[in-house]
Design a protein around this ligand. Structure first.
Ligand code: MG
Ligand code: MG
Length: 253
């Protein structure tokens, strides 16, 4: 298939993606349950990898462009792609983004949540709540006949009306056969932007937000993307199928 082509999934493939998405949900939320002060991000990854092995499925991220872990762990000002480490110990008041992908029957789903470490500030709770709401409003626009930009516009509106920003350099994407497929799903844009959504498209919608400026930089580990101004960042993501009946969240419970 040509680069940039949007791969349409069959009803059977969407059914398998949903099964894989349920496994993803279970492992991601069990792993989130281990988040507490004193735990290392390496231990969280180790736990997620153990659960993957227990289910007999593979993580989608380990080995992807040589990423060394199944789980991405992005703490505080880290937006995405944080590498788990046994030396990185979580502290009370941190927030951690857990981004996770599962390969099931050859098909990939992708989802992320942000988790509070113990009691976090009300500002951070509000950022997390707003980002989660932006994801939910974006999902509502994932309908046949809308353009991808309807999702972008909905996400941007929710985030910016609370005074936060969406990271512009980090975007959602088609998913299924590959971790990243067409189309790009921007978190900022107009309803008229991008290709039209068609039945059988599967996309990962993932607002990545900041309290401060939206500009980011990559750390020397060549993976971890952090806010340039050091402000806090949150991230929520679901893989969603576009169907005649409306959006179907593949990575939910
Ligand atoms: Mg992800
Ligand atoms: Mg993604």
């Amino acid at each position: 298939m040509a680069k940039g082509e949007i791969y349409i999934k069959s009803a059977e493939e969407i059914r398998l993606l949903r099964e894989g998405g349920k496994i993803l949900y279970e492992i991601l939320h069990k792993t989130a349950g281990k988040v507490r002060a004193g735990v290392s991000t390496g231990e969280l990854n180790e736990y997620a990898e153990m659960l993957l092995a227990g289910r007999g499925v593979r993580g989608a991220f380990k080995g992807y462009h040589a990423f060394p872990a199944a789980l991405c762990t992005s703490v505080n000002e880290a937006c995405v792609h944080g590498i788990p480490s046994f030396d990185f110990i979580l502290k009370e008041g941190d927030i951690i983004g857990l981004d996770f992908g599962v390969v099931y029957e050859g098909l990939i789903t992708d989802s992320a949540i942000t988790v509070a470490v113990g009691q976090v500030s009300s500002d951070l709770q509000h950022l997390m709540r707003t980002t989660k709401q932006a994801l939910q409003e974006g999902i509502k626009e994932a309908r046949v006949g809308n353009r991808v930009g309807a999702i972008s516009a909905a996400v941007q509106k929710i985030v910016e009306r609370q005074g936060y920003h969406c990271v512009r350099d980090l975007i959602g994407h088609g998913v299924g056969y590959e971790v990243h497929e067409a189309p790009e799903v921007h978190n900022v844009g107009k309803k008229s932007d991008g290709p039209e959504l068609r039945e059988g498209m599967v996309i990962a919608i993932e607002p990545i937000t900041t309290i401060g400026d939206w500009k980011v930089r990559t750390l020397k580990d060549n993976w971890t993307v952090v806010t340039a101004d050091g402000s806090m960042s949150a991230h929520y993501e679901h893989s969603v199928a576009i169907t005649k009946e409306g959006p179907v969240v593949l990575t939910g419970e």
